[in-house]
Design a protein around this ligand. Structure first.
Ligand code: MV4
Length: 447
């Protein structure tokens, strides 16, 4: 096994990776910006290297500094976590060139799945269901008009280099199509330095259901069931759960097999997620693949009894996946606790946490890097903790989550805890009568 791994990340995920490394007997190297000198990932790692000032461009995104940190500490592998450089093909390539194992997929896999239009073509060729749309990229405004006439309104225009909702336009009627096509291209060019866009039929009020997959270096690809991530606000997930309240065993297996087929289009290596839209008729369609470990991976860990970070490390080392039948047991829910004010448009709320009292008790898990006295820096993502609870049934998990949220005391900054308490008590959450628009159109926070 690897003797030493460098973690090219910060916050809860850096700590999460350090914990698994300790259990595997692997030494850890933390890297940190000057804003994170007092973070727990720095204290809990065996070694720590300062890689620059607070702005991520000057620290967590600076590839030469990460490579230098790995070289001076003799780290054999780098775990990128999520965000930052996790889906940067160039970083994966440079690690390879320096004989440092990138714990994740190859540059080819990242690039191919990062090109959404190309990824979609590959899905069609391999029988993975996709939303009907343009055959590849839109070549002109006229091509956009003709394609929309063929598939019927409403349509959605998506940036091929996009993902996570950036560079998208929903078009309801022909009078808007040319203007929206041009503006989607402009936004895509500005955001991704690539104006390419493609078109799909717009699926009305879908759910977001994603399948966790693992692929090893011996040609095995398996799926670990789904996560339901329908509860999002401005493309930020707030609550995730496994299993999905709307899947049965038969649909789970069909989506699981489609996800495995999707991963096979690039002979995928490591942990990945296939995102699907699920419509009202329970038809599902490939949306995109995330070639990284995701924030919400713990709900899958809790119901499948896999340590996904351990699986990533073992796969990167060349070990074969253990062959055991997938058993999902019970139900798990995750609430993202953000340093934001839900009563004030989710405005970031940085500053000193004067009191931090996490909940405990049966089947309550908290993944966090913060503590009483910690100062939330304004420079990074506002997620400060993930609260994950498990129980035999969804309703028991829901009640346990409400209990745990009520026990959770954070003073000094505003957080999303009161928002979650109201949400988990809402009838639409209880019955899971929700879609991806629910939080933005039908749910109103009353502090
Ligand atoms: C869609 C869609 C409806 N129809 N595609 C959002 C992020 C990116 N992964 C794709 N997204 C969507 N694609 C078709 N053909 C609706 C969305 C969408 C969405 C999807 C999942 C979760 C939240 C969402 C919020 C708005 C739009």
């Amino acid at each position: 096994m690897f003797k030493k791994i460098l973690i090219a990340n910060r916050g809860e995920i850096a700590l999460r990776i350090i914990r698994t490394c300790k259990e595997m007997g692997i030494k850890t190297v933390a890297v940190y910006s000057t804003a994170d000198a007092n973070s727990l990932h720095v204290k809990f790692a065996d070694e720590a290297v300062c890689i620059g000032p607070a702005p991520s461009r000057e620290s967590y995104l600076k590839i030469p500094r990460l490579l230098a940190a790995a070289e001076i500490t003799n780290a054999e592998a780098i775990h990128p976590g999520y965000g930052f450089l996790a889906e940067n093909a160039e970083f994966s390539r440079i690690c390879e060139e320096h004989n440092i194992t990138f714990i994740g997929p190859t540059p080819y896999m990242i690039e191919t799945m990062g090109d959404k239009s190309k990824a979609k073509d590959n899905m069609i060729k391999n029988g993975v269901p996709v939303v009907p749309g343009s055959d590849g990229l839109l070549e002109s405004a006229d091509h956009a008009v003709k394609t929309a006439q063929k598939i019927g309104y409403p349509v959605i225009i998506k940036a091929s280099a996009g993902g996570g909702g950036r560079g998208m336009r929903i078009v309801k009627e022909e009078s808007e199509i040319v203007r929206q096509y041009e503006s989607a291209r402009e936004e895509a060019r500005a955001a991704f330095n690539c104006p390419d866009v493609y078109m799909e039929k717009f699926v009305v009020e879908p759910r977001h259901v994603e399948i966790q997959i693992l692929g090893d270096k011996h040609g095995n690809i398996i799926h670990l069931g789904e996560r339901d991530c329908t509860l999002q606000r401005r493309h930020q997930k707030l609550v995730e759960e496994a299993p999905s309240p709307v899947l049965d065993a038969e649909l789970r297996e069909r989506m699981g097999q489609a996800a495995v087929a999707a991963a096979k289009t690039v002979d995928y290596l490591g942990a990945g997620t296939i995102e699907f839209l699920l419509d009202k008729n329970k038809d599902f369609y490939f949306m995109e693949m995330n070639t990284r470990i995701q924030v919400e991976h713990p709900v899958t860990e809790e119901v499948t009894n896999y340590d996904l970070i351990k699986s990533q490390i073992e796969i990167a080392y060349g070990m074969p996946l253990e062959k055991r039948p997938l058993k999902m047991r019970g139900h798990s829910i995750e609430c993202r606790i953000n340093a934001e004010d839900p009563a004030n448009g989710f405005r970031p709320s940085a500053g000193k946490i004067t009191v931090f009292h996490p909940p405990g008790g049966h089947s309550v898990r908290i993944d966090t890097h913060v503590y009483s006295g910690y100062v939330v820096p304004p420079n990074y993502d506002s997620m400060i903790a993930k609260l994950i609870v498990s129980a035999p049934t969804r309703e028991e998990a829901r009640k346990r989550m409400i209990r745990a949220l009520q026990e959770f005391i954070i003073e000094g900054i505003k957080t999303t805890i009161p928002y979650h308490i109201q949400l988990l008590n809402d009838d639409n959450f209880i019955n899971s009568t929700i879609n991806t628009r629910f939080l933005e159109t039908d749910f109103h926070f009353n502090p």
